[in-house]
Design a protein around this ligand. Structure first.
Ligand SMILES: [Zn+2]
Length: 434
């Protein structure tokens, strides 16, 4: 057992459905054994109850739950920063040429390592990962995620039209390759499978039907929706009988409580109603939406419809893997929406970066906060002495104010340490502690 003495902060409540102030919790210590949180409270109380157990002191900064990224593309880790293009041009010029390179399994192995190491260095310990169009590349991602102990839900990306020819597969091949990956990787340790058509723009009714055949057995579903007006118009032309973009998925039974749709920047009210009716979640990707000029996410309308919203970095369109940066950008977007926006508190931002993603992924019984019985996935955010963030934390009034300063100023350089199911990452990597 180990007692971690720190400023422990998490969001056991949902600030979107309750009192934001009550959703935030602060404690002085956690007792962890075998990677699981056994007790929490003040340091004095835990020491008295467990005398003789070693105490690890994490002085300064905040200890928060490992971040949960609800939408991120592993094949795009080498393609961040393609500015100045709208979605469909960015895909054609930046993202998809890079994704084609993952046909080479050695290339995919290197990319998977870079991607997962990047997640961990950014404090992300769970993610819904948009996969590769190539099955051997998915084997590389799953194997590398398993070695690192990460909570990864991912799947083969399938498409049968419009994209570059080398990225296309037939519905029959998609079905066979996905079923094979599900058999080998789904529910193996902390890994799970997500059926992943790229978007209905690149997936025919036959392909979406193949996707539907793969659902069941507890697998997840993810795709894109309503990101960009040109994309929406193209989808409408491809599916003349669909009532709206979401209907292209709904007609195949792909809108479920295990479905996570990325973006939804331009939804119709009818689509919000369908998402709510089926309990599907939306991954909001703020820096990506801004970088591609996709639009300002209508968070208030989602919340008012009772739709669960999580946060995604959407790398490579997004500007990096660090979830606090996405949370800050989400805050900016809501401020810019004025009366249509939803003013976000520091508690909302921490919730969006942690527990919201765990709930969207159905992992909230295991991760997302520091409740007793959950896995000890944690990030110690502690800035270097003398940095502007350190100066600000010293002058924070309370823990909510400290969080506000972290979201305003923190970068991956402020990630002092990460634990994945109780294993300190720097120990696991055999590196010297900072
Ligand atoms: Zn995406």
């Amino acid at each position: 057992m180990t007692i971690y003495a720190a400023t422990v902060v998490d969001t056991p409540g949902d600030p979107f459905t309750g009192d934001p102030a009550a959703a935030l919790a602060e404690d002085g210590a956690l007792l962890v054994s075998d990677g699981v949180i056994r007790s929490r409270g003040s340091l004095a109380a835990l020491r008295a109850a467990h005398p003789g157990e070693p105490v690890t002191r994490l002085d300064g900064g905040l200890l928060v739950p490992g971040f949960v990224d609800a939408h991120v593309h592993f094949p795009q880790i080498r393609a961040i920063g393609g500015l100045g293009l709208p979605l469909l041009d960015w895909l054609e010029q930046c993202a998809l040429p890079e994704e084609s390179k993952l046909a080479d399994q050695a290339y995919a192995r290197a990319v998977a390592g870079e991607f997962l190491d990047g997640l961990v260095a950014s404090g992300t310990t769970s993610a819904l990962v948009f996969g590769s169009h190539f099955a051997p590349a998915m084997d590389e991602l799953f194997a590398a995620a398993e070695r690192r102990g990460l909570n990864i839900t991912s799947g083969l990306v399938v498409s049968d039209r419009i994209l570059r020819p080398d990225l296309l597969n037939s519905p029959e091949t998609a079905l066979a390759d996905s079923a094979d990956l599900i058999l080998r990787w789904h529910d193996r340790g902390r890994l799970r499978y997500a059926v992943t058509p790229r978007f209905s723009l690149s997936a025919s009714d036959e392909m979406l039907d193949a996707c539907a055949q793969l659902l069941g057995k507890g697998v997840w579903f993810t795709s894109h929706i309503n990101e960009n007006l040109a994309e929406i118009a193209t989808v409408a032309g491809l599916f003349p009988r669909a009532r709206h973009y979401l209907d292209t998925y709904r007609r195949h039974g792909l809108v479920t409580a295990r479905s996570v749709y990325a973006h939804n920047v331009h939804p119709a009210d009818a689509e919000l109603a369908v998402l709510a009716e089926h309990g599907a979640s939306v991954a909001h990707c703020p820096t990506s939406n801004c970088a591609l000029g996709s639009g300002l996410f209508p968070l208030r309308r989602h919340v008012e419809h009772g739709i669960h919203v999580a946060l995604g970095s959407d790398v490579g369109a997004g500007a990096g893997l660090f979830l606090p940066k996405e949370a800050l950008q989400a805050y900016f977007i809501q401020q810019l929406l004025g009366p249509d926006g939803l003013s976000l508190t520091p508690t909302h931002l921490l919730y969006l970066a942690t527990r919201a993603g765990a709930q969207a992924l159905g992992l909230d019984d295991r991760v997302g906060d520091f409740a007793v019985g959950k896995d000890f996935d944690a990030v110690w955010l502690r800035p270097a002495d003398g940095s502007t963030l350190a100066v600000n934390l010293r002058h924070a009034r309370d823990v909510s104010d400290a969080l506000a300063r972290i979201f305003a100023l923190a970068t991956p350089a402020d990630v002092a340490d990460v634990w994945i199911r109780g294993i300190r990452v720097q120990d696991a990597a055999g590196q010297e502690p900072r």
